[in-house]
Design a protein around this ligand. Structure first.
Ligand code: FAD
Length: 398
């Protein structure tokens, strides 16, 4: 026997749960499927367990896609303020951490509970640990082959996310469905991901593992971010590096300003006036972690010297270079630790208003599986909420 639903949503992550709930609340009979044991696994992991669920400063410029205009419609129709209002409606307390990033005061579980409650209100049927073996379209209907029987629906929503963190259930299912139905997929790669370094530099920097400094990091295309940089035992991480990873191409250099808040010439002039016999190392250790200063001296083979011995040329070569350190990553840590996947279903084949395929009526793609990613800081969940909401409105209207 073939069971029938108005809408089937594959993927019970942020986008899939929200879309299923909203479509259900608009009167559709919805089935939500996922390959995992529990829904919303990435939400639970996010924001250090507190879920950075949106950002006060959401704007299209904070999103990357081959088609930068695509995200505008959904983001403007379901905004950060709408999701904040929903959080308030559920009495979930939140706070701004930095740069407009909003986190739950208590736990990311509250966001999952909110979505589950919304799904209950929408009378959504859920099936976890469910793999879809095959999808076929005959006439206006999609037929899904599941382990325990077939499902028929006229509206199929793909919300299976990207490839990041395979341990949390990520699969290429969404891309395969797109290709099966003739929709191109923009090549994918790991983004919002730490960098690895070539061996000699990694070995030199390894003692800095765990040290963080504020920095401005720029990619070769001129994009830059001012956030924290973290030295790790594999290379470079922290928000500054995760952000710039979305703009870095293999083989390129990054330029790092390790003292973004300091007028270094003025600092050195003052130190020279007040402590001319102070060592250069001790002077720099007033601005940066001493361990970093030691490494910097080793990297540039700087001999011990006092401030009064320092020539203008040496100052430019050794000290000012702290504000334009050029470093060439070896690569990134890849999907294993990436927060998102760049690339995905080509937006030129989707309606930005409904997320429906232009070529295949009734087939929708939402969330990270689409070629849209946001900056670090709550933007990716906002894309999940906005794209899901836009899709659900269309599902409710048909
Ligand atoms: P997902 O949340 O990935 O959900 C996809 C679902 O589909 C999963 O449940 C998966 O199990 C299921 N699925 C996959 N394949 C199949 C299949 N073949 N059959 C059935 N089901 C399938 N973004 C922020 O904005 N703020 C943050 O604080 C933040 N923190 C993050 C922390 C971590 C560690 C990670 C990895 C990501 C973080 N992100 C954050 C990014 C954010 O989690 C994602 O962008 C967002 O979850 C995408 O939502 P989605 O619903 O499209 O995909």
């Amino acid at each position: 026997m073939v069971e029938q639903f108005d809408v089937v949503v594959i993927g019970a992550g942020a986008a899939g749960m929200f879309c299923a709930a909203q479509a259900g609340r608009l009167g559709r009979r919805v089935l939500l499927l996922d390959n995992g044991k529990k829904p919303g696994r990435k939400i639970l992991m996010s924001g250090g367990g507190r879920c950075n669920f949106t950002n006060l400063y959401v704007e299209p410029a904070a999103f990357l896609s081959q088609n930068p205009h695509f995200c505008k419609s959904a983001l403007s129709r379901y905004t950060q303020w709408d999701f904040i209002a929903l959080m308030q409606q559920y009495g979930i307390a939140w706070h701004e951490k930095t740069l407009g990033q909003l986190f739950c005061d208590d736990s990311a579980q509250q966001v999952v509970d909110l979505l589950l409650k919304e799904c209950r209100l929408g009378q959504v049927t859920q099936r976890m640990r469910c793999e879809v073996a095959a999808v076929a379209k005959r006439g206006d209907d999609f037929f899904l082959t599941l382990p325990d029987g077939d499902i028929k629906t006229s509206r199929l929503v793909i919300a299976t996310g990207g490839l990041s963190m395979p341990g949390l259930g990520a699969t290429p299912f969404g891309y395969k469905i797109a290709q099966q139905f003739g929709l191109p997929v923009i090549p994918t790669r790991a983004a919002l991901v730490p960098f690895t370094l070539h061996k000699p530099l990694l070995e030199q920097l390894s003692v800095l593992s765990g040290i963080g400094v504020p920095a401005v990091v720029a990619a070769e295309n001129g994009v830059s971010f001012r956030e924290h940089l973290l030295f790790t035992h594999r290379g470079l991480s922290g928000p500054a590096m995760l952000q710039i990873s979305s703009f870095w191409q293999s083989g390129e250099h990054l330029t790092v300003n390790l003292l973004p808040d300091t007028d270094l010439s003025a600092f050195l002039a003052l130190e020279l006036r007040e402590h001319p016999n102070q060592s250069l190392k001790n002077a720099l250790a007033k601005l940066l972690p001493r361990r970093f200063v030691e490494i910097w001296f080793a990297l540039l083979a700087i001999p011990e010297c006092t401030l009064k011995q320092l020539t203008h040329r040496q100052q430019a070569d050794w000290v000012m270079a702290l504000q334009r350190w050029r470093v060439q990553p070896n690569g990134t840590e890849g999907y294993r630790t990436a927060e998102v996947t760049q690339g995905g279903v080509d937006t030129r084949h989707l309606s930005s208003k409904t997320m429906e395929s232009r070529r295949v009526p009734g087939l929708y793609f939402i969330g990270e599986v689409v070629d849209v990613i946001g900056w670090l800081g709550g933007y990716n969940f906002q894309w999940a909420w906005s794209s899901a909401w836009a899709c659900a409105q269309a599902l409710g209207a048909v």
